[in-house]
Design a protein around this ligand. Structure first.
Ligand code: ATP
Length: 230
């Protein structure tokens, strides 16, 4: 579904991603791990077209998307839930969900969103500012589904959340995966990632240095945690 080859990305003169290659098959959950500053967010932003200078190839389905605008890439079905959750705190849940123009064919109707995220239904008239961290994260995940994403990029969805809320986010990810969604996840919480992911890539200084199966990750988890410093 997603195939990245020789991707280089820059902020001004800083060469951040260097010849990155990675693929995600339809229906998979793949997790990207790496230290702070390794380039994980830059990679997600490169996929959604939000890095001004990038070269190489990013194929989504049968289309080359590296030169497309963020709007086009979004309309093709690539959704992004950013690390800061990107929600409008002065708008209520319903307004946050419906602010974009959804793809009429692939966008989830509100009833379907609320079936999968009952807490958002209960909070629908509440201002986003008053939501808990977990509820904000659910809203950040629900928004691209409303828009019609078939491929979701999730940037550290469990950051700052209590363990019980992390479990709830894991249940949501497994639930939406079972509907056929494909997910590329950035995550430092390896215990959480193990509950949802099919395999891993490790990024170091802007380069993919390792690909790991779940089994390999289980063997290497402690040394990786020491390396990540988490
Ligand atoms: P973190 O979890 O800390 O966000 P990350 O792996 O997601 O880490 P990135 O945010 O992709 O890392 O950052 C990769 C590198 O790019 C870092 O050296 C960072 O300082 C640099 N960088 C990030 N955003 C910008 C920007 N807007 N302008 C210049 N450099 C940036």
């Amino acid at each position: 579904m997603l195939e990245i080859r020789n991707l280089d990305a820059y902020y001004g003169e800083s060469h951040i991603l260097q010849s990155v290659g990675l693929s995600v098959d339809a229906g998979e959950v793949v997790t990207l791990v790496g230290r702070n500053g390794a380039g994980k967010t830059t990679l997600l932003k490169s996929i959604i077209g939000d890095i001004p200078r990038r070269t190489g190839s990013i194929r989504f389905g049968s289309s080359e998307i590296i030169d497309l605008s963020p709007e086009r890439i979004c309309r093709m079905g690539v959704g992004f839930a950013p690390e800061d959750r990107g929600i409008f705190s002065t708008l209520n849940v319903h307004e946050n969900l419906t602010i974009g123009r959804p793809n009429k064919t692939t966008g989830w109707p509100l009833e379907r969103i609320y079936q999968h995220f009952p807490i958002l239904k209960a909070r629908r008239l509440q201002k986003a500012a008053s939501l808990s961290g977990g509820e904000k994260q659910m809203l950040a995940i629900a928004r691209p589904l409303y828009m019609g994403a078939s491929f979701l990029l999730l940037d550290e969805p469990t950051e700052g959340l209590a363990p019980v809320v992390v479990d709830a986010i894991g249940a949501i990810i497994n639930d939406i995966k079972s509907t056929g969604l494909t997910i590329l996840l950035v995550e430092q919480n390896l215990q959480f990632a193990a509950e949802v992911t099919d395999r891993y890539y490790m990024i170091e200084n802007g380069k993919i240095v390792k690909e790991l199966t779940n089994l390999q990750m289980a063997d290497e988890e402690q040394s990786l945690l020491d390396y990540l410093g988490v």
